[in-house]
Design a protein around this ligand. Sequence first.
Ligand code: ADE
Length: 231
Amino acid sequence: MRIDIISAQPWLMESAFEHSILKRAQDKGLVEIQLHNLKEYGLGKHRQIDDYQFGGGAGMVMMVEPILNLIQDLQKDRNYDELIYMTPDGDLFNQKTANQLSLKENILILCGHYKGVDQRIRDHIITREISIGSYVLSGGELAAAVVSDAVIRLLPGVLGDESSALSDSFQDDLLAPPVYTRPAEINGWKVPEILTGGNFPEIEAWREAKALEITQRKRPDLLQDDSLLDN
Ligand code: ADE
């Protein structure tokens, strides 16, 4: 998979991609992430990328030309399966969307800034608009890093233990059951006995029951939505 990310401040994402699982995924050649600085396509001597909005109003708007020129240059080398715009008024990101995106070959992500981008980019270029939550960030960069992380860890071979992405919270519409490690008792706090007994069918049944109980308590809405794995 290849992910191209367009931003006016690409350095905000650098450290997210330079460590741990995401770094290893790139080193293994499972994903290629390219950050593109929109400023390099800015207009004129000042590399302008934003302008006042027509009709008046506070806040600058990201201009069509720099974005269009950069995207068209990138499209000379590859076709994108999705051109995503990160925006607080996009579709709420969830595990189902992460699953869908993990099956794509080439993804482009555009990070918004200021008041956002000229609507014509959204109307004519963007294929999907994503929000990571009902709050406003200073820009789309952290949101793009969140989406990329959630997608990349699903790619085959990225996680050492292949089964662990499947046992994540949300992956089967359920939150994950509690986990414990040694010691079996500390300060009088005991690990549930069933987990130390070695009866694996019973342990599996216990985990499923716990996952259901926790989901019912914390996120009953997930049990209403039975389509998280649909593509
Ligand atoms: N840009 C600013 N806020 C955002 C959010 N909540 N999700 C995605 N992109 C954003």
